[in-house]
Design a protein around this ligand. Structure first.
Ligand code: CAA
Length: 258
């Protein structure tokens, strides 16, 4: 498929990469670029050769938020009847692990988009923020919920009410990010992490992701039950048979991803 605002690559076997590529607007997320991101990631999700994905931007900006120029002349009823931003849930429905490689600005919808990914590898220059209040609105793609779960109520309030930015080190401290690396190497770090995951059995990886995400949706007893069902399900896979046989035979397993 031809894309205009993103670049799509396969930087290593099993790894799909989508790069936001709208440098003139610091990768501001208008409806076209978000549609292209969701389409490209869904195509990787359907591709059996791809086992882990990376979503990234430029060293200067992951994304400086939803496109303010696109939203300037819209109104509440138009937003409501068009269901604006509801399609962002397409990111949460991806089955394969998704790593955000983040450098520079990750503001507003940019911060919300990285928080919808499964893991974050940040450069030392990454700045996370929800500045919507400075333009008279509030986060609308999960910021008030996901950032609060990640950093706690008091700091989330400061970020969203006083436009406080979180540094990469703070993101790491609060468990929002997995790793911080120099700007010269954060992309390589994200790729190394993706390759590690791509070398694992795919069905187990998908069910682990699915089970972890339930921790944010269900009560503990419901999510423990959900986990147990996914656990049982893996006993029906060829990779379970191969993984355990290889362990007993003291050799490396050969995954079928089935
Ligand atoms: N929407 C549209 N265009 C944007 C943009 C955005 N969110 N952010 C940056 N741009 C554009 C600028 O208008 C500018 O374009 P022109 O050269 O044509 O004027 C270009 O990108 C470069 O930006 P700056 O000149 O402002 O760059 P800077 O280095 O001086 O400042 C910045 C960088 C602090 C990130 C600043 O651009 C900024 O504050 N951007 C807006 C951040 C923001 O408010 N984001 C929240 C958006 S609302 C939202 O996301 C809602 C939601 O929850 C879904």
């Amino acid at each position: 498929m031809a894309y205009e605002m993103i670049l799509v690559e396969t930087p290593a076997p099993g790894v799909g990469l989508v790069r936001l590529n709208r440098p003139s607007a610091l990768n501001a997320l208008n409806s076209q670029i978000t549609r292209e991101v969701f389409d490209a990631l869904e195509a990787f999700d359907r591709d059996p050769a791809i086992k882990c994905c990376i979503l990234t931007g430029s060293d200067k900006a992951f994304a400086a938020g939803a496109d303010i120029k696109e939203m300037e002349n819209t109104d509440a009823v138009t937003m409501l009847s068009g269901g604006d931003f509801t399609d962002w849930s397409r990111l949460s429905r991806l089955r394969k692990p998704l790593i955000a490689a983040v450098s520079g600005w990750a503001l507003g919808g940019g911060c919300e988009m990285v928080m919808m990914c499964d893991m974050i590898v940040a450069s030392e220059t990454a700045k996370f923020g929800q500045p919507e209040i400075t333009i008279g609105i509030m986060p609308g793609a999960g910021g008030t919920q996901r950032l609060t779960r990640a950093v706690g109520k008091a700091l989330a309030m400061e970020v969203m009410l006083a436009n406080r930015h979180l540094t990469a080190q703070e993101a790491l401290h609060y468990g929002l990010a997995n790793k911080v690396a120099p700007v010269e190497s954060y992309q390589a770090e994200a790729l190394a992490l993706a390759q590690k995951i791509a070398a694992m059995p795919a069905v187990a990886a998908q069910l682990i992701k699915d089970s972890i995400n339930r921790a944010y949706e269900l009560s503990l007893s419901e999510s423990l039950n959900y986990e147990k069902r996914n656990f049982y399900l893996l006993f029906g896979t060829e990779d379970k048979a191969e993984g355990m046989k290889a362990f007993v035979e003291k050799r490396k397993p050969e995954w079928k991803d089935r």
